[in-house]
Structure formats: structure tokens, C-alpha cells
Design a protein around this ligand. Structure first.
Ligand SMILES: NC(=O)c1ccc[n+]([C@@H]2O[C@H](COP(=O)([O-])OP(=O)(O)OC[C@H]3O[C@@H](n4cnc5c(N)ncnc54)[C@H](OP(=O)(O)O)[C@@H]3O)[C@@H](O)[C@H]2O)c1
Length: 270
């Protein structure tokens, strides 16, 4: 039986990946579900168990190294192995850099702890066990980790950090059989932008992006799982993402225009 650890499994893409893995692997999988909201995790665990999987809820704040280490330890204590780690926990933020007051800049550091350091700490703790199973590491980055997005200096920085970290790690692990798949979702229909920080470091309560053609959470989760199963290096999910990456080399000014065009008028640089 495979053991798969998913961070940020209480909602959104992480919860949906857990449900899809449970539905496809049934009694062949044990899912270790991590996030801060234990009640929401328990609800996802019940859905996974109803599909025939085993599930373990581990309350985890990935911004705390000790909790990331405890997560990997809990997975191994209960199931004896880790076959995959999906670093999905993340927070968003929407603010123009010049609108952030000096006394509020601390949330930039907190965002880095959640999105980047949380992934580093979980991966470090799980790595010996992943080597033993020749397993999979998944990093859920973002298109904002490939192209700098205006209004998202903090978020883009955390996701570029993930992109670089996991690209380097992939090469380091080539010889030991552990695959590293980095996923770059575009706009996916979850609550992430509403929960993310505003300039004052409080929940934004609204989205700064045009969401009309957002990808469904089901499709996003399926594409990430497919990429993991095929041990793909990268999962760039949208035509806009693929084009943006290419154009960044050929016509960077055009990419800036595309990134600005994705913002709602009220959050555009003034
Ligand atoms: N939705 C998009 O458009 C989009 C696009 C590109 C990339 N992504 C990335 O996809 C991932 C999932 O996002 P989502 O859209 O599914 O967001 P979401 O619905 O808001 O879910 C975020 C998940 O992360 C968890 N989380 C947040 N802070 C945490 C912390 N400190 N410790 C542990 N868990 C934490 C949340 O659980 P708790 O609150 O219970 O802790 C929740 O389970 C993120 O890494 C995000 O950056 C999303």
C-alpha cells in the first residue's frame, strides 16, 4: 500500500487531490492529510475513507519547521513508509509593493515561510523515506513562479523560490530514483485569493485577478496527479502559461503586458 502525504489538504486543490487519489487507488493508498484546520481535514479524511482509502489527519502549520518534521514522523509511525510528498500548502497575496507600509512588510516573510520554507522543511524530513521507496516529490508552484506577476511581488518571490529549489533538487535526486514534479497552475477556482494577504497583511476578501476562465479544481488536481504518476518534470497547465514562458525569452515586454491585463482594473498599478 502506497503512503502519500499531502500538505494543504483541508481545502482547494489539496483536498481534491486527496479525493481523486482515494477514488482511484482505494484500499491501495494511505493518505496523510496535513493543514491547520483539523475539522476540515477530518471531513476530507471521511470522504477518502468512504472511497476505501486509509486516511490520517495530522494538524500541521507548515510555517513551523518542527511541525513539518512531526508530519513526516507521524506518517512513518502509522504507515511505515512515504511513497509521495505533495507540497501543496500555500497562501496568496495581492498588493502593490509601494502600497505596503514598512511596519506591515513582515507578512512577506510569513508568506515565504508558508509557501517556500514549508515545502523545504517537509521535503527534508520526508526525503530519507522517499529515497527508500524511490518515490515522488510534487511541488505546487504557480504560473507566478515562472513569470513575475504585478501585484504579487511577495507571492511570485515565494513561487520562484520553490521553482529554483525543486529544479536543483530534481537534478540532485536523478541518481536515486526520486522524481520531482513541479506544477504551475494558472487561475484555479478556489478561495485562495480571497484568503490571501492584502497590503496590510489581512485577508484580502476579494480576488484581484479576472477569474472568468478559471480552471476547475477537479481538472487542476487531475493534471497534477497525472504529472506525478508519469514522473514528469513539470506540469504547465494552460496555453497562456506555456506561451508566457516562451515569450518571456523572446518578448519580455509582451509578457509584462499580458500579466498586467490579467489584473482587475481596481488593482492595476496607479
Ligand atoms: N488556486 C489557484 O489559482 C492557484 C494557482 C496557482 C497555484 N496555486 C497553488 O496551489 C496550492 C493550493 O492552493 P488552493 O488554490 O487550493 O488554495 P486554498 O483552497 O486556499 O487551499 C490552501 C490550502 O493550504 C493550506 N494552508 C495554508 N496555510 C497553511 C499553513 N501555514 N500550514 C499548513 N497548511 C496551510 C490550507 O489549509 P489550512 O487553512 O487549514 O491550514 C488549505 O488546505 C497553493 O500552493 C497555491 O499557491 C493555486
Amino acid at each position: 500500500m502506497k503512503t502519500i502525504v499531502i500538505t494543504g489538504a483541508s481545502d482547494g486543490i489539496g483536498a481534491e487531490m486527496a479525493r481523486q487519489l482515494a477514488a482511484s487507488l482505494k484500499s491501495e493508498v494511505a493518505l496523510v492529510l496535513a493543514a491547520r484546520n483539523e475539522e476540515a481535514l477530518a471531513a476530507v479524511a471521511a470522504q477518502c475513507e468512504a472511497a476505501g482509502a486509509q486516511a490520517l489527519v495530522v494538524r500541521t502549520d507548515v510555517a513551523e519547521e518542527v511541525q513539518c518534521r512531526a508530519l513526516a514522523a507521524a506518517a512513518v509511525a502509522r504507515f511505515g513508509r512515504i511513497d509521495a510528498l505533495i507540497n501543496n500548502a500555500g497562501m496568496s497575496a495581492q498588493a502593490l509593493f509601494s502600497d505596503v507600509r514598512a511596519e506591515d512588510l513582515g507578512w512577506y516573510e510569513q508568506l515565504m515561510r508558508v509557501n517556500h520554507w514549508g515545502s523545504v522543511w517537509c521535503t527534508h524530513a520526508a526525503l530519507p523515506h522517499l529515497k527508500a521507496t524511490r518515490g515522488h516529490i510534487v511541488a505546487v508552484s504557480s504560473l507566478a513562479g515562472l513569470v513575475g506577476v504585478p501585484g504579487r511581488t511577495a507571492y511570485s518571490a515565494t513561487k520562484f523560490a520553490m521553482t529554483g529549489f525543486f529544479e536543483a533538487l530534481r537534478a540532485e535526486l536523478k541518481g536515486v530514483g526520486v522524481s520531482v514534479t513541479t506544477a504551475y497552475p494558472g487561475v484555479v477556482a478556489t478561495q485562495i485569493r480571497y484568503r490571501g494577504y492584502n497590503a496590510a497583511g489581512r485577508p484580502a476578501g476579494s480576488s484581484g485577478l479576472k477569474e472568468d476562465d478559471a480552471m476547475s479544481v477537479e481538472e487542476c488536481a487531475r493534471l497534477i496527479i497525472d504529472g506525478m504518476n508519469r514522473r514528469e518534470r513539470e506540469v504547465v497547465m494552460t496555453a497562456r502559461g506555456k506561451l508566457g514562458r516562451l515569450l518571456k525569452i523572446l518578448a519580455p515586454g509582451l509578457v509584462e503586458k499580458m500579466a498586467l491585463a490579467a489584473l482587475k482594473d481596481e488593482v492595476k498599478p496607479h
